[in-house]
Ligand binder design. Structure first.
Ligand SMILES: [Zn+2]
Length: 145
């Protein structure tokens, strides 16, 4: 169990983070595809050993790739890392909150694990703060320049 931090839109209910149905993490900008694990990239599967032709892979719809969706909620392990993460990315921070949450670390690595980013399964919302409460309002000021 660890306490970690994320920035998200103010309009989003932080309690949604506790719902396992929401524990999928997409890349924050753009999409990343990886080779489909079901068909190993061929786009086809043999469901019947006697079949004449393979069938379209049900996992990827024949594309051979699936969107790289990982299990867990993207967070940073400290407010310092969170600040670094967002300072580098010129994210739109006009209407956001900082959510401190307790969670168990997912077995999946975040894409940017080197920056202190983690994927966790949240177990409790510890606190919801404004950027100013979290001491991170300078992130937004920098953004406005
Ligand atoms: Zn496939």
């Amino acid at each position: 169990m660890t306490t970690c931090y994320r920035i998200q839109e103010r309009s989003r209910d932080p309690r949604e983070l506790l719902n396992p149905e929401n524990w999928t993490s997409h890349v924050w900008t753009g999409e990343v595809y990886r080779q489909c694990a079901t068909c190993h990239g061929s786009g086809e599967v043999w469901t019947d050993a006697d079949a004449e032709y393979p069938e379209e892979c049900p996992e990827c719809g024949g594309r051979g790739e699936t969107e790289d969706v990982r299990r867990g909620i993207s967070v940073c392990d400290s407010l310092e890392h969170l600040a670094c993460y967002f300072a580098d990315r010129h994210a739109d921070l006009k209407d956001v909150v900082v959510v401190a949450l307790a969670g168990d670390i997912s077995e999946d690595d975040d894409w940017e694990a080197a920056d202190g980013a983690l994927l966790v399964y949240p177990t409790a919302i510890v606190r919801v703060m404004t950027l100013a409460d979290a001491g991170l309002d300078w992130l937004r000021e920098e953004d406005a320049e």
